[in-house]
Design a binder for this molecule. Structure first.
Ligand code: FE2
Length: 193
């Protein structure tokens, strides 16, 4: 029970004894900026698996921690790289530590004090402070595999991002990732908000 790493399957992105959640493209409507590209893909009957999270919940007490092993697959919708839906914690003060295990990507962190984009790659660590929306983006060609470690009482809140998406997008620009203002990106293909 204590040797958590021995229970990881980094190829399949699972933790033995964990709970597996799968997210397909059709479940991420609203997360991607280019809704036309998303609808085109779905209308061809192509609904790829975008990411999975395998979660181990070590109790629910005040001092307990949960561990999630995330696998975010490579791909793009239009120019925008595959991403997670993003959330903040239901108890917003809960912070989280992400540890990159494989692949290359970025995390978008957004709070009332602003938005930052931080590399999440193998052997890197990203600290997500409390009161911060967080999303993972795969900018590479292989699966991005990472751990998230957070208080058992943190919970997940997806609602605040339903109405207001992250202020930036991470898009392909000539084969390399570039961070753009969402409004500017939407305006570039004729969508104005
Ligand atoms: Fe989180």
């Amino acid at each position: 029970m204590t040797d958590l790493a021995a229970r990881f399957d980094l190829e399949r992105g699972t933790i033995a004894g964990g709970t597996l959640t799968e997210r397909r493209l059709s479940q991420l409507r609203g997360a991607f900026a280019d809704t036309r590209a998303l609808d085109d893909r779905l209308s061809r009957g192509d609904d790829p698996l975008v990411y999975t999270v395998s979660t181990v919940e070590h109790g629910s007490g005040e001092g307990d921690q949960h561990v999630g092993l995330g696998v975010l697959y490579p791909g793009r919708i239009g120019r925008e790289y595959f991403l997670t839906r993003g959330h903040r914690h239901r108890r917003a003060e809960a912070a989280e530590v992400y540890i990159g295990l494989r692949g290359a990507g970025k995390m978008i962190l957004q709070s009332s004090s602003g938005t930052s984009v931080i590399d999440l790659v193998a052997e890197s660590t990203v600290y997500v402070p409390g009161h911060t929306d967080h999303r993972t983006v795969n900018t590479g060609a292989e699966p991005l595999v990472y751990l998230g470690i957070y208080p058992a009482w943190a919970g997940h809140d997806y609602g605040s991002l339903e109405t207001q998406n992250f202020s930036v997008v991470v898009v392909d620009h000539g084969g390399a990732p570039r961070v753009l203002d969402r409004r500017d990106f939407l305006a570039s293909f004729g969508i104005h908000h």
